[in-house]
Design a protein around this ligand. Sequence first.
Ligand SMILES: [Zn+2]
Length: 267
Amino acid sequence: MKRITFIKTSALAGLGLGFSGFKFHHLHGKTHILTLSFDDGFKKSFYRIADIHESYGLKACLNVIASGHLNSFKPKDKWIPPDSLGNFDDWNILQGRGHEIMPHTWEHLNLTEIPIVKAKENIDKCLNYFEEHLEGFKSSESVYNFAYNASTPELEDYLFQRVRAIRTGGWLVLNGSKSNLLPVSPKPARLGCWGYGPDFCDDFVEEQVNDFLASSGGWLILNLHGLENEGWGPIRTSYLDNLLMRVTKIDYLAVMSYGEVLGQTKG
Ligand SMILES: [Zn+2]
């Protein structure tokens, strides 16, 4: 969204005149929203990521594999060793500390490479497990994060029967833009993100954030994984800490979790 358009929409919404009737009060006039969306559920990293966010008064956006802690979980991906993953005791503790836990598949399969029937089964298993094991979880308010950011319109539409939004590859849904439009209605949202790996992603993140800051605004979602030696495309702990220290001082930018952004449209 171009800055001028957003300001206009915002001002109208503030007067209760927005065409959708939804308010953006919580954005406090920010034109740039940044979400750092951490995937997979590495126990050590996720506690540390939560600590770092807390030190800046931020909610971490953490996406976990529903069956990651079960003996049945046999990842095909060497970047996700099962013994590095946390369980739903951990996720409930982190949620209790104010962080956001969202689904990142049942067993981390690329759903575009398996039969559609099995893909839909896996989606339901994932959401059902979250509803049973994560306190207060509501599928209808959740953001489903596709593994490998791989999706098809058919899978996305299937998910929209149950979830608020899906997160997939920015190259699939952003029509050449780097950032998402800020949602202006409670309609299902297709959110596009960007990531980098398998090496450290620090330089990539720095470049993306700088480009975003120089743009007219919107909602940039960067897909991250673990810290230091955990996960595909990890981020250095000191870099993450320093990044959050810097960006939280920028008056036109807010670092927010999905729920904080989508919550603006609850009316
Ligand atoms: Zn993943």
